[in-house]
Design a protein around this ligand. Structure first.
Ligand code: PLP
Length: 393
């Protein structure tokens, strides 16, 4: 189907779907590792690249390809590369794009493992990295060195909700010949399409919004550029971080409701952010939908909505964070985000409890910082849940 003129909710339902010989309304699960050829000639053509028949599931599979086509349509990409997790997307991109001696600049508050795998492992192969506050374009410019090859941005960033100007980053990348990579996990293509703003490569942890039901770990890499696509595809196939067909089926199913899930979660998030902003035990709230967010205007320009991730600072610091987490009853005390269920997480006492305080504060993770990933429950129940737990502090 030609999808370029369709609205995003129609694309969510129909992009990537194909009819099998029975007219199945949904994409079938081709749960097979290998594909038999009709004869020698056909096999030879597949291996020579003269036919696009399927060979082996690590290389390609109809269910996985349907998902790749669907997300590529949503991001206005040339094609997508489905991978086993968001981190498989990160490592595939690093492996394919960075040579020995190369340097990467990234967001200070970037997703922990994206930084960890670079600093602890790619450093062993002579790749260097620098982390700056990418909200300040001058900090990016000042960090550029002769060997800088990649600008790796996460916006909104995790868990600070800081927003980086993607158009400004694309201009810097172009001027200095850098590859601009954007982690679009927090927005999903429903709210932000970085390739249209000048990014070279976009990726997702589809574990979050795209799948949306907390039952799959998955990733996707996308680009508008055919030669970048080929380089990334070969790296994924050779490293073997392909997706499984059943995993692809579940994400295809999840994607169909991305629009209504995000609209509902975002509506809930706005009301919760306003409730928190007026609560006496809260120091501040950071949500891109609030006028008080430092980059409120930029969020309005580059995103189609503020999303459903909120972070806020409790006046009572570390102890207050623990009490809040132990007393919420509707929100689940868990990492991850973008699912139908609301999740709460206090980094200082959980994910970052072993990170030295100084390093934690440098990444913007203060003692009382709470990350709240809003789901699609009834908002009154979520607000009451927070109210009752806050009363215990
Ligand atoms: C979860 C997440 C990742 C990693 O994805 P996995 O699917 O868990 O491997 C990367 N970036 C962001 C922003 C994330 O939230």
């Amino acid at each position: 189907m030609k999808t370029d003129k369709l609205g995003i909710n129609t694309k969510l339902i129909h992009a990537g779907n194909f009819k099998d010989q029975f007219g199945s309304a949904t994409v079938p699960i081709y749960q097979t590792s290998t594909f038999a050829f009709e004869n020698v000639d056909e096999g030879a053509k597949c291996f020579a690249g003269e036919s696009n028949g399927y060979i082996y599931t690590r290389i390609g599979n109809p269910t996985i390809n349907a998902l790749e086509e669907a997300v590529a349509t949503l991001e206005n990409a040339y094609r997508g590369i489905a991978v086993s997790s968001g981190m498989a997307a990160v490592t595939t991109i690093y492996m394919a794009m960075l040579e020995k001696g190369a340097h990467m600049i990234s967001t200070e508050a970037v997703y922990g493992p994206s930084r960890g795998v670079m600093e602890n492992h790619f450093s062993r192969f002579g790749v260097e990295s620098t982390y700056v506050n990418t909200c300040n374009v001058e900090e990016i410019k000042n960090a550029i060195k002769p060997n800088t090859k990649m600008l790796f941005i996460e916006t909104p960033a995790n868990p600070t909700m800081d927003i980086t100007d993607l158009k400004a980053c694309a201009a810097i990348a172009k001027e200095h010949g850098l590859i601009l990579v954007v982690d679009n996990t927090f927005s999903s293509p429903y709210l932000q399409r970085p390739l249209d703003l000048g990014a070279d490569i976009v990726f997702h942890s589809m574990t979050k919004f795209l799948n949306g039901h907390a039952d799959v770990v998955a990733g996707m890499i996308l680009t508008k550029d055919e030669s970048l696509y080929n380089k990334l595809r070969v790296m994924m196939v050779n490293m073997g971080c392909n997706m499984d067909p059943h995993q692809a089926y579940l994400v295809i199913r999840g994607i169909k409701t991305l629009g209504i899930r995000i609209e509902r979660a975002q509506e809930n998030a706005m009301k919760i952010a306003e409730f928190l902003e007026n609560h006496p035990k809260i120091e501040w709230v950071k949500y891109p939908g609030l006028k008080s967010h430092p980059q409120y205007k930029l969020a309005q320009e580059q995103m189609d909505g503020p999303g459903s991730m909120i972070c806020f600072e409790l006046k009572g610091g570390l102890d207050a964070g623990k009490i809040l987490q132990d007393n919420v009853k509707v929100a689940l005390l868990a990492v991850s985000l973008g699912g139908v269920e609301t999740l709460i997480q206090h980094p200082a006492s959980m994910t970052h409890s072993k990170v030295p305080k100084e390093a934690r504060l440098k990444a913007g993770i203060t003692d009382g910082l709470v990350r709240y990933a809003v789901g699609i429950e009834d908002v009154e129940d979520l607000i009451n849940d927070l109210k009752e737990a806050l009363d215990k502090i």
